[in-house]
Design a protein around this ligand. Structure first.
Ligand code: FES
Length: 154
């Protein structure tokens, strides 16, 4: 996180005094962009930098599923398991991905290529079932589309 301090200082200068809590989300987003996840030491350092309790940062990290606390594979597949996606075959796609990759949600393939996760609504219900591949949305999925995607990403 230390390399981001100048950027965080500039961000803090744009906020009125006493609004350090408002910086937690944008700072965590940048930390994750840089490291790939938010480490325990990042939490401690950010808490010290902002002057907020570490538990406040932990609360944000546990509330928003977009934040990762562990390294993930080269490709992070986040498949929606909420109602619209489930009704349009999302559950079968999770099973399909488990079989294809040989991992369960929360796990990374042995070669470090893929991490499989299930998440709540991605806000793409109209094109369910939906999945995120790193920062990219992939929508109106089918088993065939998943297979083609995996080939593309190998
Ligand atoms: S239920 Fe899957 S995107 Fe909304």
């Amino acid at each position: 996180m230390r390399s981001l301090i100048p950027e965080f200082e500039a961000l803090r200068a744009r906020f009125p005094a006493g609004f350090a809590s408002s910086l937690v989300l944008p700072c965590l987003r940048r930390i994750q962009e840089e490291r790939g996840y938010v480490a325990d030491e990042d939490v401690e350092e950010l808490a010290a930098f902002l002057g907020v309790p570490a538990i406040q940062i932990e609360e944000v990290l546990t509330f928003y599923t977009q934040f990762r606390r562990r390294p993930v594979g080269r490709w992070h597949l986040q498949l929606c398991r909420n109602v619209s996606c489930s009704m349009r075959g999302g559950e079968r796609l999770i099973e399909h991905l488990e079989r294809r990759l040989g991992v369960r949600p929360g796990e990374t393939t042995a070669d470090g290529r893929f991490t499989l996760s299930t998440v709540e609504c991605l806000g793409s219900c109209g094109t369910a079932p939906a999945m995120m591949v790193n920062e990219r949305y992939v929508e109106s999925l089918s088993a065939e589309a998943v297979d083609a995607l995996l080939e593309e990403l190998r």
